[in-house]
Design a protein. Structure first.
Length: 438
């Protein structure tokens, strides 16, 4: 699915980029300037089922913007597998777009390049003010204490989706709310070639999202307060082991899921092969795979005990897409007009309805379309119990090295090799050694 993108690649490239000043970018030639704002270039991330689906959603809105402002927007929808490397290349070559989408977890890493426009008070005022945006979404826009590097565009959160018929057939009366209940239900569901829970064991970003949340629930983080990698604390090790143990010890995840990286767990769910899946805004995907909305339901993602909340009650990372402007665009005024348009109340409603996501703009969230059974738990999660991934320049390297460690541990579990506290810690120690030294 579009929200679970491939893990951030090119960590070495990124570390080199962080040492170089951005040397150009934005519109060139006849693309426009502040004096003659004729054209903007826009790299949109792939949010729909495919590139063409995104064009069908976005082009009418871009035409609307052109009619309103006289500024034509040249659209390119970029696949997630290419997006980060395309952005990194643009920061050094100067041949970038005027406006672009970024995964919100990349905000701090890309902020450190100096290539993105800082959203100070003046710039936020130009698009209607910072207070229009939900606080949790703003928390994933760059390093705390610095002006944000981007503006929230689409918001998402994780939740637990479950197959109602499979639950009924197994005699399970209500969906689980804690991890112990997930395991208990999963064992009842894991029989006759069917499994309790799906996972994407080879998807590095998904691995990070899950273990980050579990670490919060164990009272830990993967970085210290001053931004140093801290992958081997007791809480971080316990989090990774708990996640992999869902396959290795509890045996509620199929061993084949260790190789999943392209949303196969959603396909299994839609085909009644897997009864539960932790995912972000999955309703549109289930519909596209032939599931009726009466066949499934969704509840907040599980916690260790009690109810979701902040701290140890965190049950999702703040997922989403941000909109950024290249610092050296020759059409800064037009770029800010476009960001204002895309984050306006009306456009936020149109776009987030189309993509099944949640508006990070407060007023747009009031629309009844975002108060459905499918979105209400996610909206509540974003408001009360989601946390931003570490907003540090090394975040993309963290996704790569720790995500890979979890992938390797899933491979061990699938092969029947023991997953012990010691083996988990050894993998995380190796990952920490690969991080830049501070």
């Amino acid at each position: 699915m579009r929200r679970i993108r491939a893990a951030a690649v090119g960590a070495v490239t990124l570390s080199l980029v962080l040492t170089a000043a951005a040397c150009g970018g934005g519109s060139s030639g006849t693309s426009g300037s502040n004096a003659q704002p004729k054209t903007l270039t826009y790299w949109a991330s792939n949010q729909g089922a495919n590139i063409e689906a995104d064009k069908k959603v976005l082009q009418p809105e871009l035409d609307k913007f052109e009619k309103k402002t006289g500024i034509k927007v040249k659209l390119e929808v970029v696949p997630w597998s290419d997006l980060l490397n395309r952005i990194l290349t643009a920061t050094t070559s100067g041949q970038g777009p005027d406006v672009l989408n970024i995964g919100n977890t990349w905000s701090a890493s890309l902020q450190a390049t100096g290539a993105l426009l800082p959203w100070d008070e003046q710039n936020f005022d130009a698009i209607g003010g910072k207070d229009r945006f939900v606080e949790s979404a703003l928390g994933s826009t760059g390093v705390q204490g610095k002006d944000p590097a981007a503006v929230p565009l689409y918001s998402m959160a994780y939740a637990l989706y479950y197959n109602k018929k499979m639950f009924a057939d197994a005699g399970i009366q209500k969906p689980p709310t804690t991890w112990d209940e997930v395991v208990e239900a999963g064992k009842k569901l894991s029989e006759d070639g069917k499994w309790g829970l799906g996972a994407e064991g080879s998807n590095l970003s998904n691995n990070i999202h899950q273990v980050f949340v579990l670490a919060k629930q164990h009272g830990a983080d993967f970085f210290t307060a001053d931004g140093k990698a801290d992958f081997t604390s007791d809480g971080a090790v316990a989090a990774v082991k708990q996640y992999v143990d869902l396959m290795a010890k509890d045996k509620i995840i199929a061993p084949g899921n260790a190789e999943y990286a392209q949303n196969q767990s959603l396909s299994d769910f839609a085909k009644d092969k897997t009864a539960m899946v932790l995912w972000q805004t999955a309703a549109a995907t289930f519909e596209s795979q032939g599931m009726d909305k009466e066949e499934w339901d969704v509840v907040p993602a599980p916690v260790q005990s009690g109810k979701p909340g902040q701290g140890k009650g965190t049950n999702s990372m703040v997922a989403g897409i941000n909109m950024a402007v290249f610092n050296n665009t020759k059409n800064i005024d037009g770029a800010k007009k476009f960001v204002k348009f895309m984050t306006s109340d009306d456009e936020q409603t149109v776009l987030n309805k189309a993509y099944g996501s949640i508006p990070p703009v407060k007023a747009a969230q009031e629309d009844a379309a975002f108060n459905t059974f499918a979105l209400s738990p996610l909206r509540e999660t974003l408001a009360t119990s989601a946390a931003a991934l570490p907003q540090v320049p090394e975040e993309s390297q963290f996704e790569t090295v720790v995500g890979t460690a979890v992938k390797e541990l899933f491979a061990d579990a699938a092969a029947g090799r023991p997953v012990t506290t010691a083996s988990v810690k050894a993998k995380l120690e190796k990952a920490q050694q690969q991080m830049p030294k501070k």
